[in-house]
Ligand binder design. Structure first.
Ligand code: 9MR
Length: 377
């Protein structure tokens, strides 16, 4: 199997390795218990009683990234069925999986995930049709004169296959340059132009699936205000040109060191388009593997404050703009962040399925009354 493409990432640019399915060690599904955490000003978190499932707490579908192997792990499926109401295939609905090396198409894993979602009463979110980091060898091996048809055909086949089965698609992923200075150049932009490939992908996806919400999805939008602004200008330009963008995806791989208010400011600017917003890949690494206790507590407090801010900013959106709030993995050990050694706690559950400090931050953020949210916003 082809190794997955690398995705640059803030402060952990080499932070993912091979996709990781079930590891074979059954994990015990443990019910919720409170967590006592270090108090620290506004971000303090108190010991909590047994928590409600996330899907009862969040005023929108709660998503999680999934790999086929996890569907064979009953600890994962039990926890997911209790907590989660939407699934995003973590990598098996991308070109790297679907376009097999023998030239065929592979749909077994994404079909299995779609079947599981349906059987579990969960929504399915498609990720990702066109991404700068994927499909280059395949595309460049096609004669230039036939590339446009191949691009259109890929979208027609994949989006057509899942038509009616998923709520939305990340049509184009990560179009904005790493630092926010313009757009990325890639094999797609070389063929169709920097805005051109995005507009074409949206038009083709709309033709293949008339009902899905179609997202432009990117990361660092809250971490780097300049990148957030470039992204929103791109949305504005493409909408003005008639592209059927009907959703805004902000991945939410959080840099917990950003100043307070930056997340709220990006969400407010993004919300001005009136489109549904998907917090599509939230995690919040602390970089905590090697830290001593005092420093770890300080990192926890920062993590708590920023995750609360994200939750509050999302909950403050009008209902029709709250597409979903998705975590990029269920348990800490499921996170791509931990595939290079582990030790971080970027997600809502630990490896035994118990709520983490990040979970408590979500509880607090989503429990804040609307008036408090408004004042903080
Ligand atoms: O977490 C995903 C990892 O398992 C895959 O190997 C990798 C390449 O497909 O993609 C990771 O997910 C990325 C997502 O698709 C887009 N935003 C950044 C995510 C983390 O790199």
């Amino acid at each position: 199997m082809k190794p997955p493409a690398h995705t640059p990432h803030p402060s952990r640019s080499a932070a993912h390795l091979l996709p990781q399915g079930q590891k074979g060690t059954p994990r015990r599904a443990v019910l919720l218990s409170g967590l006592a955490l270090a108090a620290c000003g506004r971000a303090s978190v108190q010991a909590a009683p047994a928590a409600a499932p996330l899907k009862a707490l969040v005023p929108a579908p709660v998503g999680v990234a999934v790999m086929r192997g996890q569907l064979e792990d009953t600890a994962w499926t039990t926890l997911a069925r209790r907590e989660i109401s939407q699934l995003t295939p973590e990598w098996e609905m991308k070109m790297e999986y679907i376009l097999a090396q023998d030239g065929g198409w592979r749909f077994d894993a994404p079909d299995r995930i779609a079947t599981f979602a349906r059987a579990s009463g969960m929504r399915l979110h498609g990720h990702a049709l066109i991404w700068y980091s994927q499909g280059q060898d395949w595309f460049e091996a096609i004669k230039p004169a036939r590339r446009a048809a191949a691009f259109d055909d890929y979208i027609a086949v994949v989006a057509g296959r899942y038509r009616g089965q998923l709520a939305g698609w990340d049509v184009v992923n990560e179009a904005v340059a790493e630092d926010g200075d313009g757009l990325r150049s890639c094999h797609w932009s070389a063929q169709f132009g920097q805005d051109g490939y995005i507009a074409r992908a949206f038009a083709q996806t709309r033709a293949a699936d008339p009902d899905a919400v179609l997202f432009l999805n990117d990361y660092n939008l809250e971490n780097l205000p300049r990148k957030g602004a470039t992204f929103l200008r791109l949305v504005e330009r493409l909408l003005a040109a008639g592209a059927p963008i009907t959703g805004i995806g902000t991945q939410g791989h959080l840099d917990i060191d950003i100043p307070a208010g930056q997340i709220t400011a990006f969400m407010r600017d993004a919300a001005a388009f009136g489109l549904p917003i998907h917090v599509s890949e939230l995690d919040a690494p602390m970089g905590a593997g090697l830290l001593d206790r005092a420093r770890r507590d300080a990192r926890r407090a920062l993590q708590t404050a920023r995750v609360m801010e994200y939750a509050e900013a999302f909950a403050a959106l009008p209902e029709r703009q709250r597409y979903a709030f998705t975590l990029w993995g269920l348990r800490d050990g499921d996170s791509f962040v931990n595939r290079q050694g582990g030790g971080d706690s970027p997600l809502a559950f630990d490896d035994a399925g118990r709520p983490t400090a990040l979970h408590q931050a979500l509880v607090q953020g989503f429990s804040a009354p609307a008036t408090v949210r408004k004042e903080r916003g």
